[in-house]
Design a binder for this molecule. Structure first.
Ligand code: TYM
Length: 332
């Protein structure tokens, strides 16, 4: 059976981008057709300045939202990264296979490091090595497929390179995984700045739809989305990015495709209204289930406890094999 692994980082409130780009496919497709693991990757949240209490709160919230969105622990494994030591153990071995030049070429590292420096802060070493830990997350489970949004492509490519290099040097140990992306909405853009991604870590409200935004907030954000001064509603990702973003969101929420919506709308106003309605409808059941689950913290904790146990059992043989292959003396 195909093994699927993916993760989400508790650095901010989850967004419509996370949902359309990743979570929705995990729920609707991956958990049904594969042996799938979904991880709240809390160690990754420590790579930039963080507040410990907030990371804890956001980790719990992310787990609750994944279940609210429809991940079913009888079909898949949901767990928290730091509960399974194998991730950190394997990450170190992969640091011994990766090079510093490779790390410095990562686009997300360059962007995030520049942002930290602009704020006058220093750059944590873990930000540089982040993609190695991500590779460990994936390789520890013999993963075949990694369902992610577009922004993670480079990290998955690096994971493949590290797996191939390790296998060539030390004998076949890892499955070489590949990224999969949704057909529509692989990169949902910020409503106020459609040239940049709708990202949870930025935390500047008006351009980002959060999964827990009230319906009237969602409507306001979408009605105020930046478009352009044109009049016709056509799909042109390069030339009309704001408009294209709305068409993609609408298409993703209604199961269509954005090209087919080209020319259907007479005005930006009616497109925005339909998009807002569609997003509100997509979020409604997730928010309802989230409210129910918040009243049942014991359930979420139980899911995470069982998930970690299952994940540990799956990761340990691979990570132990990597320890032996690379030349470490087994503890007898
Ligand atoms: P993260 O937490 O930033 O995002 C989680 C998932 O949501 C997708 N995503 C988007 N998709 C479309 N449009 C957007 N605006 C948007 N924003 C986010 C991301 O592509 C991702 O699939 N490094 C990863 C977390 C990670 C991971 C892993 C993923 C750590 N280890 C192993 C897969 C496998 C990250 O920061 O995702």
């Amino acid at each position: 059976m195909t093994r699927v692994f993916s993760g989400i980082k508790p650095t901010g409130h989850l967004t419509l981008g996370n949902y359309l780009g990743a979570m929705r496919r995990w729920v609707q497709v991956d958990q049904h057709r594969a042996d799938a693991l979904f991880c709240i990757v809390d160690l990754h949240a420590l790579t930039v300045e963080h507040d410990p209490a907030r990371v804890r709160r956001l980790s719990r919230q992310a787990a609750t939202l994944l279940l609210a969105a429809g991940l079913d622990p009888t079909l898949c494994t949901v767990f928290v990264q730091s509960h399974v030591d194998e991730h950190a153990r394997l990450s170190y071995l992969l640091e011994c296979v990766a090079t510093d030049g490779e790390m410095r070429r990562m686009i997300q590292y360059k962007e995030k490091a520049a942002r930290e420096r602009e704020r006058g802060g220093s750059v944590r070493l873990s930000l540089l090595t982040y993609p190695v830990l991500m590779a460990a997350d994936i390789l520890a489970y013999g993963t075949d497929e990694v369902p992610v949004g577009d922004d993670q492509t480079q990290h998955v490519e690096l994971t493949r390179d590290l797996a191939v290099r390790f296998n060539q040097r030390y004998g076949t140990t890892f499955v070489v995984p590949r990224a999969t992306h949704p057909a529509v909405a692989a990169r949902v853009m910020n409503l106020q700045d459609p040239t940049s991604k709708m990202g949870k870590s930025e935390d500047v409200g008006p351009g980002i739809v959060y999964l827990l935004d009230e319906p009237d907030v969602v409507r306001k954000k979408i009605m105020r989305a930046v478009t352009d001064s044109g009049r016709d509603v056509v799909y042109d990702r390069e030339g009309r990015p704001g408009l294209a973003n709305l068409l993609e969101i609408l298409a993703a929420c209604t199961g269509g495709n954005p090209e087919d919506l080209s020319g259907v709308y007479e005005s930006y106003g009616s497109l925005k209204k339909d998009t807002a309605d569609a997003v509100v409808e997509v979020l409604r059941p997730v928010q309802e289930r989230h409210r129910e689950l918040c009243a049942d913290a014991g359930y979420v904790e139980g899911v995470l406890r069982n998930g970690a146990e299952r994940a540990r059992a799956m990761a340990r043989p691979t990570v132990d094999a990597a320890y032996r292959a690379i030349g470490l003396l087994p503890a007898s």
